[in-house]
Design a protein around this ligand. Structure first.
Ligand code: CAO
Length: 448
């Protein structure tokens, strides 16, 4: 038996994030990868998983505490001794710092916070566009913000960083009006990276405050945590990237026939072979042909960063809201591998077990509503990516065959490609969906 101290791992750029939920109690027996706590910054919420199995001996945090990389989370009694060197070196797996108790059952004292941490690899860059507002150090973010819980909640909902807002209340207390004024000022401020070279801020009229109860019965429900966080990001992406959506249709009759013929074989290997796996394959093929789609605008707004890797994100509808896990190195995987990963990642997304790094580093996102319905929609680009493919429900349609001069029933798949017009021209948008159409209509090309 040994006692291990589990500390907050490398969590990217996040510092002083708030513990919003304790997911284990003293005495709990936990398995490796079980979620221990949930932390939340103004940009994301994440679960910190256990690096190893054991029994929780002592909790070192409580709800409301602020933690950063290296902050102790809990003491874990494990079956075998670990050393710092033996701890999992994954970028975001919690770092475990072992300290040898004098006797096997003795719990060592908590090392001071200044204790040097084991080296961990550099984190994968977060998928959000670097926040140009956060880059301006007008106010020190080291100082804890002076604000009531209600104002904190309000600021969190709007994606406002309290550390950069000057309070006008007594003793510099931040008031709701200060948050509103700050948001308004930020929205109207020209920002090189987010508004693009054109500059010019946004003047947005405040939303009207309506007392809906005057007109009939109402019920007020809190938004889920993921909705609040993704809402702020979606809003930013929508207003900062000029979107154009190109619509197209692909003939997937043969592809669907092939998929159905492979279902049993895939099933025997424990894989649910869905259309989405083929779509991901087709997208990578199109990204190779049109590299400007596998790119991001540099923060200076003057350069394009072209990626030589192919990591594809896909939107998963979970009870808590939308999350986007990423399948890595898709170009090196076959359709069955992709389908297996799709199944595993979406299952873990719905169980809230995704790790932070599993949602980072994406190059391009697919949002498939095909299992639900609809004919077309306008997906919002997952910035700093420059394009996203929306997929609606396939349907049988009469398609004119010029050779036989007849209409033929063909299974057609609606595609909706939104792209950032600062980076991609309309002609290339149409070329990209045409390429996808070609790939999806000829399964041999797709699997080559
Ligand atoms: N046309 C017709 N049928 C389709 C289809 C399409 N485009 N796509 C999927 N289907 C069918 C599947 O074949 C499956 O049928 P069976 O049960 O008979 O096999 C059924 O619909 C359900 O598919 P699925 O949704 O479970 O599987 P998937 O691989 O297609 O999608 C996932 C997985 C994770 C993308 C999906 O479950 C999901 O969460 N979609 C919602 C994404 C979302 O919310 N996007 C909006 C984001 S806002 O931009």
């Amino acid at each position: 038996m040994s006692i291990q101290e589990v500390v907050v791992p490398d969590i990217g750029n996040f510092k002083d994030v708030e513990v919003i939920e304790l997911l284990v109690n003293v005495g709990d027996t936990i398995a490796a990868d079980d979620a221990l706590i949930t932390v939340e910054s103004d940009k994301a919420a994440m679960d910190i998983p256990a690096p190893m199995a054991g029994t929780v001996k002592e909790l070192k945090v409580k709800v409301g505490d602020k933690v950063s990389q290296g902050s102790p989370i809990l003491l874990l009694e494990t079956a075998r001794a670990h050393t710092a060197g033996a701890a999992k070196p994954a970028a975001t797996a919690p770092v475990v710092t072992a300290f040898t108790p004098p006797a096997a059952e003795t719990v060592a004292t908590v090392p001071p916070p200044s204790r040097p941490l084991p080296e961990v690899p550099a984190p994968i860059a977060p998928r959000e566009r670097p926040d140009p507002v956060a880059a301006r150090p007008e106010f020190s973010s080291d100082k804890p913000a002076h604000a009531s819980p209600a104002v904190r909640r309000f600021a969190r909902e709007l994606g406002a960083d309290l550390a950069r807002i000057k309070g006008s209340g007594p003793h510099g207390r931040i008031l709701k009006e200060d948050v509103q004024a700050w948001i308004k000022a930020e929205l109207s401020r020209p920002t090189g990276a987010s508004a693009g070279a054109a500059g010019g801020g946004l003047e947005v009229a405040p939303a009207p405050v309506v007392d809906f109860a005057r007109f009939g019965d109402i019920d007020t429900q809190p938004l889920s945590r993921i909705k609040k966080l993704s809402g702020a990001n979606l809003h930013r992406n929508w207003v900062t990237a000029p979107h154009v959506t190109q619509f197209d249709e692909a003939d997937i009759t043969d592809l669907e026939e092939f998929r159905r013929s492979m279902l049993d074989e895939a099933g025997k290997r424990g894989v649910k072979l869905t259309l989405l796996a083929f779509l991901i394959k087709a997208v990578v093929n199109a990204l190779r042909a049109y590299p400007q789609f596998n790119a991001s605008l540099a923060p200076d707004g003057e350069h394009l960063i072209l990626k030589k890797y192919f990591h594809i994100g896909f939107a998963v509808d979970t009870p808590d809201g939308l999350v986007v896990p990423v399948i890595r190195e898709v170009n090196r995987k076959d359709v069955l591998d992709i389908a297996r990963e799709l199944g595993e990642l979406s299952a873990r997304a719905r169980e809230r077990k995704l790790k932070v790094e599993e949602m980072q580093g994406g190059c391009f996102t697919i949002s498939s509503l095909g299992g639900i319905g609809g004919t077309a929609f306008t997906p919002i680009i997952h910035c700093p990516e420059v394009a996203i493919l929306g997929v609606s429900r396939g349907a049988m349609k009469p398609v004119w065959n010029d050779k036989s001069k007849t209409f033929e029933p063909r299974l057609t798949l609606p595609l909706s490609l939104s792209y950032d017009h600062r980076v991609i021209d309309g002609a290339d948008g149409a070329r990209f969906t045409s390429h996808l159409r070609l790939m999806l209509s000829d399964v041999r090309r797709l699997l080559l």
